[in-house]
Design a binder for this molecule. Structure first.
Ligand code: ATP
Ligand code: MG
Length: 381
């Protein structure tokens, strides 16, 4: 059966013809139809194209429609690609923004990307790791979780070092990448499976890695580009782990596809305060359920205890990663993640964290780590 596309707005014969020539059945909707269809179980269209040429604002009906029918891709037709409007559109669930007049190639490419994301099946799960302060152990956690997930799903795990500069995930994995997120972010229009994979390096530990760049980017990186990269990664990998940077607002604004955002704190007062502010912002933007508090380098004898952290941050600590500097440092210096075969308590806790994220709860993880009691102590979700 033909796919159907609803054209919302003033209507344009040339665009209608282009859509029909691609075998789509086109129906014309008024803006209020978006609100009406939001009240039905069936969206009545496979794709929605919203023509906003005469109207530089998103209609409220779009968000209502998207909430009810999140799987229906929405394309916007704009008179100019205003970054603020594109960002707002992205937050409202819009997949593609096209500038009028739109060429046949541009329209075909946008429809092909939508088709490709459908054919790729359900999106993979994305987890982000964010240190509440520098050096708390966020990369250590991200690298080890990605390694453990790769052992669950061989070949289908991608670690993205989303530091626009000076990311060090490649060192933790003894990888020598030729390409980086710079190449991906400069080419978001061609991020299909083959191109994305060609930018990644397969690591000895298991996960593929898309590394942080060691050069200046040739484009201004905004949330729209980062979101396009995260979406593409989720389309092509079963699990995607993001090592993200707290000082980059564009990255923090691009996490809609992320299932869990792990805020990593430690027992320093400044870090706990930072975690509190960070969690509040993320809760508001992405919802409390997706924000997970973890404490790394945990020392049960430290002056600031679990309850103190929970009180200041206003959330339960879900994971405690014990302090073991010697073991963590050796793993870093040898490029061999702890999750591989290390039998320390820290390695066990990292494995449990990975399995819980993958919802392979406890048994497999704790048996593998050989630390059932510790698993129960460290995992409090
Ligand atoms: N649980 C731990 N116990 C002791 N040391 C740890 C632990 N986790 C990480 N480390 C050590 O702390 C240092 C910083 O770790 P890591 O690079 O993971 O932190 P980060 O939060 O990613 O830092 P950055 O802000 O530089 O990105 C490294 O030397 C690492 O080996
Ligand atoms: Mg780091």
């Amino acid at each position: 059966m033909n796919q159907s596309i609803a054209l919302v707005g003033p209507g344009d014969r040339q665009i209608e013809q282009l859509l029909r020539s691609r075998g789509l059945s086109v129906s014309a909707w008024a803006e209020r139809d978006l609100t009406l269809r939001a009240q039905h179980a069936s969206p009545a269209a496979d794709i929605v194209m919203l023509d906003l040429r005469d109207q530089p604002r998103l209609p409220a009906s779009l968000e209502v429609f998207h909430r009810q029918h999140p799987s229906v891709p929405v394309l916007l037709l704009l008179s100019s690609l205003d970054p603020a409007l594109m960002l707002e559109a992205m937050r409202a669930g819009v997949r593609e923004c096209l500038q009028y007049p739109v060429s046949e190639e541009e329209l075909n490419a946008a429809l092909a990307r939508i088709a490709a994301s459908r054919d790729a099946g359900p999106a993979g799960e994305v987890f982000a790791f964010l240190g509440a302060k520098g050096g708390v152990g966020a990369t250590t956690a991200a690298v080890n979780v990605a390694t453990e997930l790769a052992h669950l799903r061989k070949g289908s795990v991608l670690l993205v070092d989303l530091h626009l500069a000076y990311g060090d995930a490649a060192i933790y994995l003894a990888a020598e990448p030729r390409f980086s997120i710079a190449d991906a972010l400069e080419n978001t229009h061609r991020l299909d499976a083959a191109f994305l994979r060609s930018l990644c390096v397969t690591t000895k530990a298991g996960p593929e890695l898309l590394a942080s760049p060691d050069r200046v980017l040739a484009v201004v990186v905004d949330a729209v580009r980062i979101r396009a990269l995260v979406d593409a990664a989720a389309r092509h990998y079963r699990y995607v782990v993001l090592d993200i940077c707290r000082t980059d607002p564009a990255v923090l604004d691009s996490l809609d596809p992320v299932k869990k955002i792990l805020v990593i704190a430690n027992q320093e007062l400044a870090t706990v305060r930072g975690a509190s502010r960070m969690a509040a912002t993320l809760n508001q933007r992405y919802g409390k359920d997706r924000v997970v508090l973890a404490v790394s380098r945990y020392d049960p004898k430290a002056g600031i205890g679990q309850e103190d952290i929970e009180r200041v941050v206003g959330a339960k600590i879900r994971h405690l990663l014990p302090s073991d500097y010697r073991v963590a440092l050796e793993a870093l210096n040898t490029g061999r993640p702890l999750a591989l075969n290390n039998q320390t308590r820290l390695a066990g806790a990292l494995r449990v964290l990975a399995h819980e994220l993958a919802e392979h709860t406890s048994d497999a993880a704790t048996q593998k780590s050989g630390r059932n009691i510790f698993g129960r102590l460290t995992s409090r979700s």
